[in-house]
Design a protein around this ligand. Structure first.
Ligand code: COA
Length: 343
């Protein structure tokens, strides 16, 4: 740790991801709830998702993604200064997943904490890491997004609109300093932009357990009977706000850095619905081939989505060092965010 003297830049040193091996196609889940491949594919673009098997925790997925990101970054775990863990599906109610991951990774003593910003969690986490590095407080920060959604789904007809949308997985990046201000073409995070509007908190939420859920207990038989431990979503409202806020956040990031849409080599959007990303692309006139979508294979993996997409894009040869990347996400809160970086 060093004192903050000069403003530094941060950059992504490496990326890694992991999804559990078991694939559930739309036809597979049609056998367990009242839905169909046609409905899911047409409305969302999702074809399959990965769901974790028994005995695998969210931080188990995160551990593999973190180890892969460290290897990719050529950074030793002993050189990490902090873990920022983004999830809405932690192993336990408290402490946060960051602490459990830190123990599994075997890096005692370093800072470890959770970011609770749902689908925007990774970009919020990236922003936190960026600020730590810019102020000089830390030099190497692991930012992880990981989720196990498959154990928190209402599989009755009331919950099927949500249950079909989500998959399990983890993605991670190692963020490091640039050892002084880098040249224009070098890897760096140019800026991050964070927003929220809590007036819409209950449009996509899980009510229980929570301290507002009963006089003495955070969860009661009544809240369970009302199925309030499962996500509730007003899908149309989420959709309308997502297609407004994501372009806004993207343009904010570009304008802040004097860049144009044409300057961007790759757009890494959150993956909630292929139709959302198609509408965002159309509104802004982005060529479809510049938007890297993964929802078909992984569904919505919430905080894990963007780092999984980044890793997949690298493996597919679509994301190379020196490319300019614009990323944007929207999710529960409502929260929305963007980042502009050179990979
Ligand atoms: N399978 C089959 N039918 C389903 C279904 C499912 N999984 N879920 C809902 N339906 C039915 C509804 O019951 C409804 O039937 P009805 O017309 O007989 O009443 C019909 O499909 C249409 O439902 P509706 O909710 O109006 O569909 P929609 O066109 O709004 O699409 C979403 C639903 C969820 C795909 C869409 O609203 C969406 O993607 N919203 C954004 C979600 C999101 O981004 N969430 C995560 C944010 S990070």
């Amino acid at each position: 740790m060093s004192s903050a003297k000069t403003l530094k830049a941060s950059r992504i040193l490496g990326v890694g991801s992991y999804v559990p091996p078991r694939v559930w196609t739309n036809d597979d889940i049609s056998k367990m709830m009242d839905t169909s491949d046609e409905w899911i594919r047409q409305r969302t673009g999702i074809e399959q998702r990965h769901w974790a098997g028994p005995g695998v925790d969210t931080t188990d997925l995160a551990l593999v993604a973190a180890e892969r990101a460290l290897e990719n970054a050529k950074v030793k775990k002993e050189d990490l200064d902090a873990i920022v863990f983004a999830t809405l599906s932690p192993d336990h109610d408290f402490p946060g997943g960051g602490c459990f991951l830190q123990a599994k990774l075997g890096v005692p003593g370093i800072a470890a904490f959770d970011v609770r910003q749902q689908c925007t969690g990774f970009l919020y986490g990236l922003s936190v890491a960026d600020q730590f590095i810019k102020t000089g407080m830390f030099k190497r920060v692991l930012v992880v997004g990981a989720e196990i959604h498959s154990r928190g789904m209402d599989r009755t007809p009331e919950g099927r609109d949500v249950a079909v949308l989500f998959g399990d997985g983890a993605g991670a990046v190692v963020v490091g300093d640039c050892d002084g201000m880098p040249a224009e073409k070098d890897s760096q995070i140019y800026s991050t932009h964070l927003h929220a509007d809590g007036a819409f908190a209950k449009e996509l939420w899980v009510a229980a357990p929570g301290s507002a859920m009963g006089a003495d207990f955070r969860i009661t038989h009544e809240t369970l009977d009302r199925r309030e431990q499962f996500p509730q979503m007003n899908g149309k409202t989420v959709f309308v706000h997502a297609v407004k806020r994501m372009p806004e956040a993207l343009m904010e990031a570009l304008n802040a850095n004097g860049k144009k849409l044409e300057d961007v080599d790759l757009f890494l959007f959150h993956q909630a619905n292929l139709r959302i990303n198609e509408m965002v692309g159309k509104q802004l006139g982005i060529p479809p081939e510049k938007i890297f979508n993964t929802i078909q294979k992984f569904a919505n993996t919430t905080a894990a989505t963007i780092p999984i997409g980044m890793d997949e894009a690298v493996k597919a040869g679509k994301l190379k060092k020196g490319m300019l990347v614009a990323s944007a996400a929207f999710g529960s809160g409502f929260t929305w965010a963007s980042a502009l970086f050179r990979y």
